[in-house]
Design a protein around this ligand. Structure first.
Ligand code: NDP
Length: 400
């Protein structure tokens, strides 16, 4: 029987279950590429329920306990005395979501003597030291595509929010004001701007596709060029490097995984290559952008706005400069955990667990590390190495 240790974010401050704003969510059965959404044998939840918090337990409790397995669910994930660290040594499986990541550093993997499988309920497994997982033979899997469209929608929202100065204008209303000039003096149309995506995988290409009707110039860069027919259909300009692309854009959106090659990609030098007054949107991973360089560029006016939902570490300490820097549109890490997305990645997590428990192969596209090396999606999109350095800082949030 397996011990499954699941780290999830806290319940709503008003308690669980919450009242839902809608009675149902649309049923999505296929992703844009044609692959099917998760196909577990069973499902112990109603799509649209809050599953990503502790009481939601990703809808796994009934399934695991009926099978005689032990399920431990906690939100207490950081620091040596945390429930996560206490329960880790004899856990066979660890599950966590990137929104509230259980950082699986090399030190923690060394202590987790029974660990065989680390599942990311969502997409992005950079909170796991992939190098250490490979060396220890731990399989790492994520629910590829489960929330890609959720994030793409968030990116489009954030681009429009920044360019049109939505959040400060909303704030004027909330505060009882009506100064139109305050709202208008930083508000532009997106039409005619040049928008570039770093990475044109599932999220990046969905962002580009959604922006096409806005009559903007569309640009992208990645290691492998898209087919000519896709470039033609979307009217894309390809750039051989990030540095070349950012110099040609008014808006840049980052849509690559975090691994050593992309860590700190947007440092002071890269940001200085961007046009004055450009907007930078990062829903990929906080560490891809240099924390202080972003804050400085907003303060100096070199960047007109920065938005995203990813930070490092998570949760971000109270004194993280991105909480207070000017002209930002940050949210906590939420874009990929809409109730719609949760239904898919909870089902995908169950599918992965069913396969693993029944010794059936896990879908190739869900694999990040298997058999001691990057595999499946991991082999295509990631590079070897470790991006968890500094994650112990997340414990500062708890102390605050
Ligand atoms: P994909 O693997 O589909 O796409 C990533 C793309 O990045 C690939 O096409 C890859 O292309 C490209 N890429 C990788 N390295 C580089 C590089 N050095 N320079 C330029 N391009 C590069 O992943 P998704 O689109 O599904 O997700 C991307 C990331 O978004 C995830 O890894 C995760 O970190 C983040 N994410 C965030 C969420 C949130 O809630 N905010 C939710 C889901 C994901 P190629 O190798 O061909 O160049």
């Amino acid at each position: 029987m397996a011990k499954v240790l699941c780290v999830l974010y806290d319940d709503p401050t008003t308690g669980y279950p919450p009242k839902y704003a809608r009675d149902r969510i649309p049923e999505i059965t296929r992703y844009p590429g044609g692959a099917s959404t998760p196909t577990p044998k069973g499902r112990d939840f109603v799509p649209g329920e809050l599953l990503g918090c502790v009481s939601g337990a990703l809808g796994l409790r009934g399934f695991l306990e009926r099978g005689g397995h032990e399920l431990v669910v906690t939100s207490d994930k950081d620091g040596p005395g945390s429930v996560f660290e206490r329960e880790l040594p004899d856990a066979d499986v660890v599950i966590s979501q990137p929104f509230w990541p259980a950082y699986l550093t090399a030190e923690r993997i060394a202590k987790a003597k029974s660990l065989k499988l680390a599942i990311t309920a969502g997409i992005g497994s950079d909170h796991v030291d992939l190098q250490a997982a490979s060396e220890r033979g731990v399989t790492v899997a994520e629910v590829t595509y489960s929330n890609s469209i959720s994030v793409a929608e968030h990116v489009v929202m954030m681009i429009l929010g920044l360019v049109r100065n939505y959040i400060p204008s909303h704030q004027v209303v909330v505060e009882g004001g009506w100064n139109i000039a305050d709202c208008a003096s930083r508000s532009y149309d997106l039409e005619g701007m040049q928008v570039g995506s770093v990475g044109a995988g599932r999220i990046g290409s969905a962002v580009l596709r959604r922006l096409k009707p806005f009559d903007v110039g569309l640009h992208y860069t990645e290691r492998h060029r898209l087919p000519a027919q896709v470039e033609k259909e979307l009217g894309l300009t390809y750039h051989a490097s990030v540095a070349e692309m950012v110099a040609a854009c008014d808006v840049v959106t980052i849509n690559t995984p975090l691994y050593p090659e992309t860590e700190n990609l947007f440092d002071a030098a890269m940001i200085s290559r961007m046009r004055r007054g450009a907007y930078l949107i990062n829903t990929a991973r906080g560490k891809i952008c240099n924390r202080d360089a972003v804050a400085k560029a907003l303060e100096s006016g070199h960047l007109a706005g920065y938005a995203g939902d990813v930070w490092f570490p998570q949760p971000a300490p109270q004194d993280h400069p991105w909480r207070t820097m000017p002209h930002h549109g940050m949210t906590p890490h939420v874009s990929g955990t809409s109730l719609s997305a949760q239904a898919r990645y909870a089902a995908g997590t169950r599918e992965i667990l069913e396969c693993w428990l029944e010794k059936r192969p896990i879908r190739e596209e869900y694999l990040i590390v298997a058999g001691g090396r990057l595999a499946g999606t991991g082999a295509v999109s990631y590079g070897a190495g470790n991006a968890t350095r500094g994650s112990e800082e997340a414990a500062r949030f708890k102390k605050a």
